[in-house]
Design a protein around this ligand. Structure first.
Ligand code: PPS
Length: 569
């Protein structure tokens, strides 16, 4: 492949025009971009998605979805679409200019709306991601987060999205092209990653550079990656820690603000085109490139080498060459990494491998991570962010009828945990929250949901920062409890405890006299009497309180926490 390092077209106007346009755009209808759209817009504007000139029109979208080509036949595998709500779409006419703002309200660009349509999302899921299955993160996004209407049209760039982190490590395609020109790098092989680099990656990148006789660009994604991935702050610190393992004169590292879709084969082709735009001549595609994990039947969405096959098919047209790699494993007898399929004597040697799941287990349990697997500096960084479970934050979420004993057990649990020490403990009891956080709320479904989401938000912040949150609201709706669980599990464990006291028993106890009032109709929408309660289907723990003392109930929770490794016995 011949290298072309001439500047590529960007969508920005000049500085003076941008100032003028920005002032004028203040009067336009404006759309607040989602985090994913901000990533897409940045790469549209800086030429990372060249030759696209804006968010896809309907004709381009249909072509891309059906056969990976825009209406004029250009190869482009990924729909870059501006999804908006129906409500917003109703305010926009085709032909109109709109302003695109970041989440703080800064105008980044304007777009002339040439197309407005309701996409067939199931078709998009089938064709682009291979299945209409929400176990795929991008399909989940499509159905559960993306707006119902797409707007398409050319974009005029006013300014880049602002990044406060790792500024010196971010480069536009033209900045990288200029760097390669300046350094005289005529062949550059790019390595895409969303994970920390361990020794296997280092070996793979060395081999790739040797094979292609090229310089190496480590090009990690810091936009959006797969849910549950290690955050990019930690990863960049890890990359910086291993960079001195590479010869500085032959290797560069730059951060790419891409929102990944985890679309396997199509994603590999897309990644290749993006790297071509960044001035690279070669691109490494390994095993299961940009794989989304298992589908809802527990099977892989794509074959491990499907991405390599699709890339190979299109590489001549793409103008970037693939360096394909098989799975790298450690051969203990020779103390080196080798591609798994090239080990001729595999029955006679000891092959070692640590999977991503095993690595996470070792980190969460504070177990040894051997030197043959990773670099001590990387492991140290990972341990700082992922301390063992017994030092991580978590949330215990009690749910049950009013008067079921939630508050009493939660208080006893709090005191026991405080006695143990080590982590700050916060109790978010139903009554306390309603006094301090949710005093304006009543007991309609909408208000109860809002109340629980607020509790969930506070608990997730506590969990994120290494504390223990104990929540004790009624939380009658299963869907809301599930949403809170999702919020918290990004940061630590969520233990749902159903205080399963029957409604008859709660009414018999009637500690606050509320059941009597509810029966008399003096309190409306009373849970269990005149309002629903979804019994938890799979709580981590269910407590019988009718024949068991409070102390014993709290102790059962402690035992559960111990068995989950969250507290030390
Ligand atoms: S919810 O549904 O989770 O938002 O409810 P929560 O905030 O936990 O409720 C706290 C206490 O409010 C009292 N109360 C009622 N409960 C249920 N339904 C109605 N209509 C109602 N009105 C007032 C009740 O005493 C709850 O206290 P607990 O601690 O559960 O006994």
């Amino acid at each position: 492949m011949t290298q072309d390092l001439a500047p590529i077209p960007e969508l920005y106007v000049s500085y003076d025009s941008a100032q003028k346009l920005k002032a004028e755009a203040g009067d336009l209808i404006s759309h607040d971009l989602t985090p994913r759209q901000i990533c897409d817009l940045e790469l549209l504007m800086n030429g990372g998605f060249n030759p696209l000139k804006g968010f896809l029109s309907e004709a381009d979208y249909n072509g891309v979805v059906e056969n990976m080509r825009t209406a004029d036949g250009t190869l482009w595998p990924m729909p870059i679409t501006l999804d908006v709500t129906e409500k917003f779409a109703d305010t926009v006419e085709v032909g109109q200019d709109i302003a695109l703002r970041d989440q703080e309200g800064v105008i980044l660009a304007t777009m002339t709306v040439t197309d407005k349509w309701v996409p067939n999302k199931s078709r998009e899921a089938e064709k682009v991601f291979g299945a209409d299955d929400v176990a795929h993160p991008a399909v989940n996004y499509l159905h559960n987060h993306a707006g119902a209407v797409y707007l398409g049209g050319p974009v005029t760039g006013i300014q880049q999205p602002v990044h406060y982190d790792f500024r010196a490590r971010r480069d536009t395609p033209n900045e990288l092209r200029a760097y390669f020109r300046k350094m005289g790098w005529r062949k550059v092989v790019a390595f895409q990653t969303r994970n920390p680099l361990h020794r296997a990656h280092q070996e793979l990148t060395f081999r790739a550079a040797r094979e292609a006789q090229a310089n190496l660009l480590i090009h990690p994604v810091v936009g959006l990656t797969k849910p549950g991935d290690i955050d990019h702050f930690t990863r960049v610190r890890c990359y910086e820690a291993v960079l001195d393992q590479y010869p500085a004169s032959t290797t560069a590292m730059s951060l790419l603000n891409l929102a990944m879709r985890m679309a396997g084969p199509r994603e590999a082709v897309w990644h290749g085109l993006i790297r071509k735009n960044h001035g690279c001549t070669h691109f490494i595609v390994g095993r299961d490139h940009a794989g989304p994990g298992k589908n809802s039947a527990g099977e892989d969405f794509y074959g491990p080498y499907d991405a390599q096959d699709l890339f190979r098919e299109h590489q001549a047209e793409m103008g970037i060459e693939m360096v394909d790699f098989k799975h790298m494993v450690y051969v203990q007898d020779r103390a080196q990494y080798e591609p798994a399929d090239e080990i001729a004597d595999k029955d006679d040697v000891t092959i070692l491998n640590i999977s991503g799941t095993e690595l996470r287990r070792r980190l969460s349990e504070g177990l040894e991570i051997p030197e043959w697997f990773s670099f001590p500096t990387v492991v140290e960084e990972l341990r700082r962010t992922r301390p063992p479970r017994a030092s991580q934050g978590f949330t215990v979420f009690f749910t049950g009828f009013s008067g079921s004993g939630k508050s009493t057990i939660a208080n006893a649990l709090m005191v026991k945990l405080m006695e143990m020490g080590g982590r700050p403990v916060t109790l978010l009891d139903g009554d306390i929250v309603r006094k301090n956080l949710s005093s304006e709320l009543g007991f309609s479904k909408e208000h109860r949901d809002l109340n629980i989401r607020r509790i969930g938000y506070v608990a997730s912040e506590i969990t994120k920062n290494g504390g223990i949150a104990i929540c004790a609201p009624i939380a009658p709706y299963a869907a809301t409890r599930r949403a809170v669980r999702e919020d918290i599990e990004q940061f630590g464990a969520f233990i749902e405890v159903h205080v399963a006291t029957s409604i008859e028993e709660c009414e018999r106890r009637d500690r606050k006299g509320l059941y009597k009032l509810a029966r008399e109709g003096k309190i409306k929408e009373f849970t269990g009497i005149s309002d629903p309660y979804d019994v938890p289907e799979n709580p981590e723990l269910s407590l019988e309180t009718e024949s068991v003392a409070v102390d014993n109930c709290a102790h059962q929770v402690i035992l559960k926490l111990e068995s989950m490794g969250l507290i030390k016995g």
